[in-house]
Design a protein around this ligand. Sequence first.
Ligand SMILES: Cc1cc2nc3c(=O)[nH]c(=O)nc-3n(C[C@H](O)[C@H](O)[C@H](O)COP(=O)(O)OP(=O)(O)OC[C@H]3O[C@@H](n4cnc5c(N)ncnc54)[C@H](O)[C@@H]3O)c2cc1C
Ligand code: SF4
Length: 531
Amino acid sequence: MSEHYDAIIVGSGAGGGTLARHLAPSGKRILLLERGDWLPREPQNWDAGDVFVENRYISKDTWYDGEDKPFQPQVHYYVGGATKLYGAALYRMREEDFGDLRHHGGLSPAWPISYAEMEPYYCKAEQMYEVHGSRGEDPTEPPASAPYPHPAVSHEPRIAALSDAFAAAGLHPFHAPCGVMLNEANTPYSACVRCSSCDGFPCLVHAKSDAEVLGVRPALEHPNVTLLTNAEAVELRTDATGRQVTEVVVERSGGEGNGAAGNEGAGKSVRETFTADIVVVSCGAANTAKLLLRSVSDAHPKGLANGSDQVGRNYMFHNSQAVLAISKEPNPTVFQKTLGVNDYYFASDAWEYPMGNIQMVGKSVAPMYRGEKPLMTKLAPSFSLQDIAEHAVDFWLSTEDLPQAENRVTLDKDGNVRLAYKASNNTARDRLFEQLRSLLGHLGMHEHHLVPRWAYLENKIPVAGVAHQAGTCRFGSDPASSALDSDCKAHEVDNLYVVDTSFFPSISAVNPALTAMANALRVGDHLLGRL
Ligand SMILES: Cc1cc2nc3c(=O)[nH]c(=O)nc-3n(C[C@H](O)[C@H](O)[C@H](O)COP(=O)(O)OP(=O)(O)OC[C@H]3O[C@@H](n4cnc5c(N)ncnc54)[C@H](O)[C@@H]3O)c2cc1C
Ligand code: SF4
């Protein structure tokens, strides 16, 4: 048995890494457990072939879909979690997303807290993650009590022209909120060099606002915080009443053996047990469900905190589409993710239901296409991959998928994740796609699907694209229909909390990370009152 801590945080991503930094100045003894290692800093960080074709930073895990077909989930087990690879589009949810919202596909249920309760924490999260943005441009923007801490990242010329064209078509394009440490007013001192390898890549120069750089590293400056890497929590044990987690069982694999503090078990696999007054789980939506479901005991026969049978259910990950338009003029944009359009986010003149959010995604380059077969077979015969790359304008369309009990994580008999998922709100997704397509002629793009001049491609995100995973442990006021209370404490356990995106009862149509960060700060304030 190892020493006792005030708090153990399991998982160091957007939720866990943020919470660790928030709790660190308290002087309380905090143990941060991370199943992955530090993400190596190496030239391959910025190599599209290594990252997108060879999947260098994707876990080797095998999960199974609803038909029991194996797949390799696009999850990232590193200090900082998925934020190491994320696109750092750091959006607030809209005020209306916190209430019931009627969609074509059904109801997006209300959260047990209001936007007003989350607002101060959004401000703090924007400060901590150095968000760049511009208030007042996006008509759906929720009220904010402070300006963005940094000015918006500027558009490059093709994206500025695109923004003008959206505006000329009567829409309200805005500068997307962005977590890169770019100082355009003083470029010699800018950490970010504005490169083309951001969205989906790790940042070689540590200038992306990720949870390693701005969560874990600042937390570790405090001597009371300990990080163990290559340390996978495999079970949470409780006392006989089932109301207190008493032990966190950890498998330490040793990883690469870099000799860093906390990695001294390199090369060996050992099982250890840690104890703490408070245990916070933040493993990502699927892995949090896995950890709770495998923590079976007499007091919790269906898995820890799962008396309601809600753990693992209501998995969501957005009904997203990565779409690629072909610009008539070349698109030499380096950093493309600077623009958003929310005119179709809610019911509008265009449709009586919400469709979703339009934003840019990292600029595609030729080596990426080799990893995406549909693109190659549709366009390559008549348009070289290089031609496509030079003219591609890449959009990301996010439609809200709705929580459904049967979309769920369960474990097979060997303890592997089984992820059953059927898309919802498909009509809204298709309308958003058609809406953008109908605008292409106004945007300086080729209008039709046909190759070569009229090229336009769509690539729906399959179940393996778990980047925006959420749900599985939703918070709510009714213990019969939620696993967590409004402080993200398990209804059935007095010292167990969850702060990753598992707690989302609905996912909205904006990217989830800032909400996970803000909520970790909110729960962190509650924990500081307890510790
Ligand atoms: C390519 C990509 C692009 C994205 N772009 C954006 C974007 O632009 N904007 C945005 O808002 N979101 C984006 N996301 C999503 C965003 O990164 C996630 O929503 C966010 O990181 C989720 O935070 P989390 O704390 O729930 O989980 P994670 O950040 O995934 O953290 C979970 C951590 O727990 C660790 N872990 C898992 N199981 C265990 C265990 N048993 N024991 C110990 N440790 C464990 C994992 O290794 C990981 O470090 C993107 C994601 C990806 C992959
Ligand atoms: S754009 Fe900036 S933050 Fe993003 S990977 Fe490049 S240097 Fe890093």
